[in-house]
Design a protein around this ligand. Sequence first.
Ligand code: C2E
Ligand code: MG
Ligand code: MG
Ligand code: MG
Length: 281
Amino acid sequence: RSKDAGGGTFRSYEPQLHVDAEERRVLEMALRKAVQNNEMHLHYQPVVSADTGDLTGFEALLRWTHPVLGNISPVKFIPLAEDARLIAPIGEWVLRTACDEAARWSSPVRVAVNVSPDQLHNPAFVSVVASALANSGLPPERLELEVTESVFMREGTGATKVLERILDLGVRLSLDDFGTGYSSLGYLSRTRFSSIKIDRSFVQGASKGVPEAIAIIRAVVALAQSLGMATTAEGVETEEEHRMVQDLGCTKVQGYYFGRPLPVEEARAIANRNWNKAAAA
Ligand code: C2E
Ligand code: MG
Ligand code: MG
Ligand code: MG
């Protein structure tokens, strides 16, 4: 998905990978069989409280290892899957797997799952979420769905209705990559997001002293506070960046400084070790 369409100074830190027509055709064919061939798995990245460092949850991040092509970045294959209309089945697999795996952690930490606009424009997605929860036994309040601003750009209110029904299930919503798309404040007041995730480009800018980045983080934190939402700083890589976003009032942090995306066994070990802290959070 294009996150650099805003034309501003702040671009998504994700590299724009060039995929030519031939590569696209090959990857698309491989993607069609990736789930059934067991080539997909999830990594989990810790999300922690900015002030205490206590674990609050993990974000599930999809990984694809093709037997010949090797590891392929989601930055490359997610947009392809979206274009080829393969994201719904792949996304359903992600959701069910994340719920199954998180339900086995002996800790009430949350699991966040990324959801593409295509999934949210289909009313049947509500029953997919309900069934993933029922089959796994994961309590709804432990599931968080991450959506990006692009979901609100399409015509009609279909996605807004789907989001409402997902909220009715007791599932949380967060707004991912905030500030990198066509931001409109209207939907922020209309949809009950639990948290706004501030894109890494602002975090980097702020720690380098870029006044505009600092101003934007301040404004987003103030807005989130007044709407009763948390703010998560994405892509915190250094102690300096941590201190900066903490001073600016971000409530949660995520990034290599606190932990890289981890295989499920390692995430489970961390979740289990932190269960009492998480219960208190
Ligand atoms: P995202 O949802 O914004 O996820 C955060 C990305 O930032 C992840 O990249 C993560 O590994 C990376 N990251 C975390 N901390 C740091 C840091 O300190 N420094 C840097 N440089 N990067 C950091 P990843 O795993 O490559 O995923 C990229 C994007 O692909 C995600 O961005 C999300 O938009 C998409 N994606 C991943 N998994 C899924 C999925 O299951 N479904 C959908 N629809 N999209 C997914
Ligand atoms: Mg995300
Ligand atoms: Mg993000
Ligand atoms: Mg991102």
